[in-house]
Design a protein around this ligand. Structure first.
Ligand SMILES: Cc1cc2nc3c(=O)[nH]c(=O)nc-3n(C[C@H](O)[C@H](O)[C@H](O)COP(=O)(O)OP(=O)(O)OC[C@H]3O[C@@H](n4cnc5c(N)ncnc54)[C@H](O)[C@@H]3O)c2cc1C
Length: 439
């Protein structure tokens, strides 16, 4: 046991093992009465929120999962149910975010995505746009636009965050969408094509990343609010048919001379001009518009992957305890039992990384070793591996759509890809730990 600052462990004198043991026991006893500064125990409030979301996931989300995966449509009725109980909406999101330990959002996401990832993303997809507005908007913009992202329980809305383009995925500096300021009308004129936008085209609020100065690469980007209800020239492109997460809407978004008022750039025009001037002088220009949003959301995205992994692990465990071959339960074979043991261990290990990064993010502890990326990378890989093993444990049943594990495997794969692919996360971690601009 390490000594504490207030009562250092006395150095045992050379009087034999018996006395050293006594000293150790006394130090342990003293430590028990000291204030604890590290704990992994959830508070009662966190447990209550976890159980509440779990109830919704078990009773409303999971029973509907297969249907919405097959229909490949946004489950508006379920988003509305979530809004009615306060799980979807500004108040709920603020409460989860406010948790000073940072664990509110990962706990909620893990439980919800345990129910179903496609429906979960339909409910949580809005959060990416909200995070961009919250992270980069002025207080006035936050007050106006975040409520509009959610709508009301009677008339729910979703929101979209549009960074990626057909030729700008991992390499966000390749964004071609441009925003030009028209002094005469005090408007931004936005042109370009956004790709794979979650909720793209079915949202009112679209947060669009566009280049205001191409020569500055990603540092010349800014984020704009482009509301479908106000801006002419924004339209939905083709909806994407997907491998997994099929209840979540993904589409291209076209911006064709889309005009929005000058005040719709997040952070305001003045701050943008100041930042660009700093960058042009070769100084640092704070965070890049898209990257700032992704860095903050990575642990939460990792928690979503964990929810899928946990669902598959629990299902496979129960199946292995019931299924008999060769006159015994299949879990009595080490090949199955050891796999389940590793599944459980990997999920728990990934959760620790997610919780650490969430705590760091919430408490302003810098991600010096790219801990946010670590949490997302590990969770994505664990989810893909665990769900694949779950199919194996279910055998032929695992491969059919009569059982949910194949859906969980399809859903899990996206966590290796979006919000930074597994390779890009490794790049971020490698650069952070080495200081070398690894390519
Ligand atoms: C379901 C879904 C939802 C999405 N939602 C959104 C959204 O809401 N908003 C949004 O803006 N985007 C969204 N995306 C886009 C997503 O973020 C991108 O697909 C992702 O960033 C990867 O970009 P890409 O597909 O262009 O792959 P590419 O960048 O073309 O990468 C292809 C492969 O090359 C590898 N690679 C690329 N560069 C390097 C390198 N330097 N070193 C090593 N390997 C490299 C990648 O890791 C990957 O394996 C979504 C995508 C999907 C499928």
């Amino acid at each position: 046991m390490p000594p504490s600052a207030t009562s250092p462990l006395p150095t045992p004198k050379t009087t034999g093992a018996g006395q050293a043991a006594e000293v150790a026991v006394e130090a342990i006893a003293q430590a028990a009465s000291q204030e604890v500064s590290f704990s992994l125990a959830l508070s009662q409030e966190q447990k209550d929120i976890r159980d509440w979301v779990h109830g919704f996931a078990a009773e409303v989300v999971r029973p509907a999962a297969h249907e919405w995966d097959e229909r490949e449509e946004t489950p508006w009725a379920i988003i509305q149910e979530a809004a009615k109980i306060g799980l979807y909406g500004l108040e709920g999101m603020a409460q989860f975010f406010a948790d000073p330990t940072g664990l509110g959002l990962p706990i909620v996401n893990e439980e919800l995505f345990w129910g179903d990832a496609g429906i979960g993303m339909s409910i949580m997809g809005t959060a990416l746009a909200v995070a961009a507005i919250f992270g980069q908007g002025t207080p006035e913009q936050i007050g106006e636009w975040i409520p509009r992202c959610f709508g009301t329980a009677e008339e729910v809305k979703v929101a979209a965050f549009c960074a990626s383009e057909p030729n700008a995925g991992s390499d966000i500096s390749g964004v071609r969408t441009s925003a030009k300021f028209d002094e005469a009308s005090d408007e931004w004129v936005i042109n370009g094509q956004k790709a794979w936008a979650t909720n793209g085209g079915i949202s009112d609020v679209h947060v669009v990343i566009a280049s205001v100065d191409r020569e500055l690469g990603a540092r010349g980007h800014a984020a704009f609010i482009v509301p479908m209800s106000e801006a002419k020239g924004i339209s939905e492109g083709s909806k994407v048919s997907k491998h997994g997460l099929r209840a979540s809407h993904t589409a291209d978004v076209f911006l064709d001379d889309a005009r929005v008022p000058g005040a719709y750039v997040l952070g305001g025009r003045e701050r943008l001009e100041e930042r660009l001037a700093r960058v042009r002088e070769g100084k640092r220009g704070n965070s890049q518009a898209a990257m700032a949003t992704f860095e903050a959301s990575r642990p939460t995205v990792g928690a979503q992957a964990l929810g899928i992994a946990r669902a598959a692990y629990e299902y496979a465990l129960q199946y292995a305890q019931e299924r008999e071959q060769f006159g015994r339960k299949i879990i009595e074979n080490q090949a199955i039992a050891f796999t389940l043991a590793r599944m459980k261990m990997e999920i728990d290990a990934a959760r620790l990384l997610v919780w650490r990064a969430s705590w760091m993010g919430r408490n302003g502890v810098p991600f010096q070793n790219a801990e946010g990326s670590m949490s997302k990378l590990k969770s994505g890989e664990v989810a893909v591996w665990v769900t694949e093993r779950a199919i194996q444990i279910l055998g032929g049943n695992g491969y059919t759509r009569e059982f949910p594990v194949e859906r969980w495997h399809r859903d899990a794969k996206i966590y290796d890809i979006f919000e930074g692919t597994a390779e890009i996360q490794q790049l971020v971690i490698a650069r952070a730990i080495s200081g070398v601009h690894v390519k």
